[in-house]
Design a protein. Structure first.
Length: 321
């Protein structure tokens, strides 16, 4: 198993006391350059060339409107290995400083990074909630490092790593301290996803697919996850909205209206997500995409919600059948 600390100028620059196989360090936060980035990059290039490092990743923090500046910072570092884009909501006083769907701008940044290092070397970091909210429409070739502190490893399509600690949260026997940095963020990385070939997604061995069809299949699990999150998300999901309406003393018609709005939202509603899922499945060759999609069964199996909500959802989903 590969464990990689994740550092910035809050830690000292890397030096020869570092003995792990992989290092992740910050290049910039929007327009702010990390003072240690150049030193860390130079050390990593030398260590990788000598075989001391298996690889290294430099990351940039996504901030709206600063893509061009971020790319210039990356170019200034010289030759790169992997590049990771940090996608977070960055709450201030309990409210996110970045909210809404920023997929278009983030994909512009993703594509620009891919032009520098190749598609198979582009990672995105974030927690599941932020990724669903800020970056719901993702490039199929991107690999992900998912933040979930504790002992339970998350699941995510194309997941190349798991940030399991900030240095304070314990995670079984996994390390949270690495010289010369001390306590800091640490990630568990997965060697089979570190080939630069798109993570654990070689799904075309037994089925003859075009690259476009394979890309669609990679997206299916993500679409399923987004459908589930739209129902169960503790901040924006249908159940949350219905519970809030109930707590506020709204009548049954108003509660039903909240559920309908969550189902039918033209940008992010459940119906939009399931329609995208159907289209992705229908575009696949047999046997993966040959059979009609049982939308009613899909809803019942994946969502497993209380009866009233399931009934309302299924009645809407039947319109897609």
């Amino acid at each position: 198993m590969i464990y990689a600390p994740d550092v910035s100028y809050f830690q000292k620059p890397v030096d020869d006391s570092f003995t792990r196989q992989w290092l992740i360090f910050r290049c910039c936060d929007g327009t702010f350059p990390d003072p240690n980035a150049a030193t860390n990059a130079a050390w990593c290039r030398k260590a990788a060339a000598s075989g001391r490092l298996l690889g290294w990743t430099t990351y940039v923090v996504y901030r709206p409107g600063w893509n061009a500046a971020v790319i210039q910072r990356l170019k200034a570092l010289g030759p790169l290995d992997r590049v990771m884009i940090d996608v977070e909501s960055w709450p201030v006083n309990g409210k996110p400083s970045i909210s809404g769907d920023h997929s278009r701008e983030i994909n512009v940044l993703v594509d620009a990074v891919a032009a520098l290092v190749g598609q198979g070397n582009v990672w995105v970091y974030g927690n599941v909630g932020d990724l669903d909210a800020i970056y719901p429409w993702r490039r199929p070739y991107v690999q992900y490092v998912i933040a979930a502190y504790g002992t339970v490893r998350p699941t995510w399509p194309n997941m190349v790593g798991w940030q399991y600690t900030d240095g304070r949260v314990t995670s079984d026997a996994r390390p949270s301290v690495t010289p010369p940095f001390g306590r800091c963020d640490h990630n568990e990385l997965y060697v089979d996803g570190l080939s630069g070939q798109g993570g654990g997604t070689p799904i075309t061995e037994d089925i003859d697919m075009t690259p476009e069809q394979a890309a669609r299949l990679v997206n299916i699990e993500a679409i399923l996850g987004r459908v589930q999150n739209l129902i169960l998300d503790p901040a924006i999901g249908i159940m949350h909205r219905a519970d809030n309406a109930t707590a506020a003393g709204n009548n049954a018609a108003e509660i039903a209206s909240e559920v309908r709005n969550a189902l039918n939202d033209p940008a992010h509603g459940v119906l939009v997500r399931v329609a995208a899922l159907q289209a992705a499945l229908a575009a696949l060759p047999s046997p993966v995409g040959g059979a009609p999609v049982d939308v009613t069964g899909l809803a019942a199996q994946i969502l497993a919600l209380p009866g009233d909500v399931v009934a309302a959802l299924v009645s809407k989903l039947k319109e897609l059948s």
